[in-house]
Write a protein that binds this ligand. Structure first.
Ligand SMILES: Cc1ncc(COP(=O)(O)O)c(C=O)c1O
Length: 382
């Protein structure tokens, strides 16, 4: 009978209002009902991307948006830089290596943010780089990169070099302003901070990027972003969209309006601060330093046996699901997602369960310690 708590960094819980909106009943995607739905979605979604431009919606997972950004913005034989700081930077690299590009990989130790001086030397040692690709939040390590400084650095290198950002675990959970941060293209998926089921992906581009996309000669069909922007002129999509998810999205945007976008971002920061304080009080080492700590996901370290005990017991005894590490961090960290339909009280729930599990496992009493630290962090931040 006890409800489960899904604290993975995607997919994330769906608000009941959104579930209801998704079962409102099907509408034809070539009908005026759909056109007005899309019109509403477009007028409300731009603020989450920090853009005045339309946001294209694809019926596919986040990876398709990563690939779309690449195949539309990089032409054959062009040189690009891909920042790899975890599993999703690796994903960008793999996509890049699928196409006829000249790919330069800038490696960042997993768990760290980009070091700007070192990245600058790397970038300036290359000639004619057409685009730089980075995650906003590298979900596999819980790192947020210094996007504003990175964007500035890219534009100082060459104002024609595009800065392309994977915002999959970030858009909706932290503030974006594409112009301020010199981001030419920002993409995300539905199943993270946006509180929707997996299944749609989003691509926002500024005018410079859209021009590049319209002139690009590389072969593509479903992922040709020009088709999506053309259809959006009539509040439509080139192919059958995931209508129910877009109905859900309309409700998600209403929830943002009700709570206030700034308040939503602030709630994410509070949850991060609570969780970090609570985990430290449980004697866990955090993977990421404060400067690069994500507002949407937090990673902590321990030995493999303890991590596996914690993950299993959270699930078995408390119905709480969290995530393990990926690739080189497998068995080294656990990750708690705190984005979307997630609140400070959920942080208290998981921390109290952790207190009980580690007290029992280590034979040392932690009762109340994580909760006190988390509550102090919460009240300090209001
Ligand atoms: C930062 C980031 N990029 C890309 C992806 C890939 O998205 P998807 O699994 O929806 O294809 C994810 C998924 O977790 C992600 O967190």
């Amino acid at each position: 009978m006890e409800p489960n708590l899904l604290l993975t960094p995607g997919p994330t819980p769906i608000p009941p209002q959104v579930n209801r909106a998704m079962s409102d009943g099907m509408i034809g995607h070539r009908s005026s009902d759909f056109t007005s739905l899309m019109e509403n979605v477009q007028s409300n979604i731009k603020t989450l991307f920090g853009t005045e431009e339309p946001v294209a919606i694809l019926t596919s997972s986040g990876t398709s948006a990563l690939e779309t950004s690449m195949v539309n913005l990089v032409g054959p034989d062009e040189s690009i830089v891909v920042i790899v700081s975890g599993a999703f930077g690796d994903r960008f690299k793999s996509i890049a290596q699928t196409y006829p590009y000249d790919v330069h990989v800038y490696e960042v130790p997993w768990g760290e943010g980009v070091d700007l001086q070192s990245f600058k030397s790397f970038l300036y040692s290359k000639e004619n780089i057409k685009a730089v690709f980075s995650q906003a939040c590298e979900t596999s390590t819980a790192v947020v990169h210094p996007l504003h400084s990175l964007g500035e650095l890219v534009k100082n290198y060459n104002s024609d070099t595009l800065f392309i950002v994977d915002g999959v675990s970030a858009v909706g959970g932290m503030q974006f302003d594409m112009a301020r941060d010199s981001i030419d293209c920002l993409v995300t998926g539905s199943q993270k901070a946006l509180m929707l089921p997996p299944g749609i992906a989003f691509v926002a581009m500024n005018k410079q990027a859209r021009k590049r996309a319209s002139q690009n000669e590389i072969s593509r069909f479903y992922l040709d972003i020009n088709k999506y922007f053309k259809s959006l002129e009539e509040n439509s999509t080139p192919f059958t969209p995931a209508v129910s998810l877009i109905q859900g999205l309309n409700q998600v945007l209403e929830l943002y309006r009700e709570e206030g976008v700034e308040q939503v971002y602030d709630r994410h920061l509070k949850m991060r601060n609570m969780l970090r304080a609570g985990l430290k009080a449980l004697d866990f080492e955090l993977l990421v330093e404060d400067d690069h700590a994500s507002p949407t996901v937090t990673a902590f370290k321990s030995d493999e046996a303890e991590l596996s005990h914690i993950k299993d017991n959270l699930k078995k005894k408390y119905g709480i699901t969290i995530a393990g590490g990926q690739k080189q961090l497998k068995g080294k960290i656990l990750r708690i997602g705190h984005m979307g339909y997630m609140f400070p009280k959920d942080m208290l729930t998981v921390l109290s369960a952790l207190e009980a599990i580690v007290s029992d496992h280590r034979g040392k009493k932690y009762y109340g310690s994580a909760l006190t630290a988390a509550q102090e962090a919460y009240y300090e931040s209001i």
